[in-house]
Design a protein around this ligand. Sequence first.
Ligand SMILES: [Zn+2]
Length: 181
Amino acid sequence: MTGKTIQKKVYLLLKEEYPVVYWRQTLFQNMARPRALFIFWLACHCRLATKDRLHKFGLTVDVHCCFCHRVETINHLFFGCDELKVIWQRVLRWLQIDHIPKEWNDELRWITRLSKGKGWRAQLLKSAAAETIYYLWNYRNDVCFGNRVHNTKIEEEIINTIVYRGWRSPKLREHIAQLLI
Ligand SMILES: [Zn+2]
């Protein structure tokens, strides 16, 4: 085998192992916190331990959503479930984006499409998406395990985190300041 053939084989193997995913743009230069990016990345891969998946793995769990008694799938949680949908909608409204969230598969495509720009809103949107998924997943865990009952201003926590992370960028600072007025 020539060097070139080997190179090609390795390339094809890697490509199979790590297929190019359409949503990779959403993670590129995303200023969300690493732990938020990790949860977001799991959500993009549909690898969060939602109840339908645990059930598929043979674990006897109650498959119902802890907010509304529909079956908990990733598509239901983000954002078929009204409880979590309104929180994401409020974060988007803060970004001056008027949008009715759809279920995760469609929503991730929408987020990806809007993340492609180089402008400040695209920058803020993708970090908002990652932080929102992180906060909502924690909120869901708290409610499922009986640690929290009420939705206590989660969107404020999400927005504060985005402001805090974005403020370090001189380019974003003036836009964030405008959004805060
Ligand atoms: Zn629900």
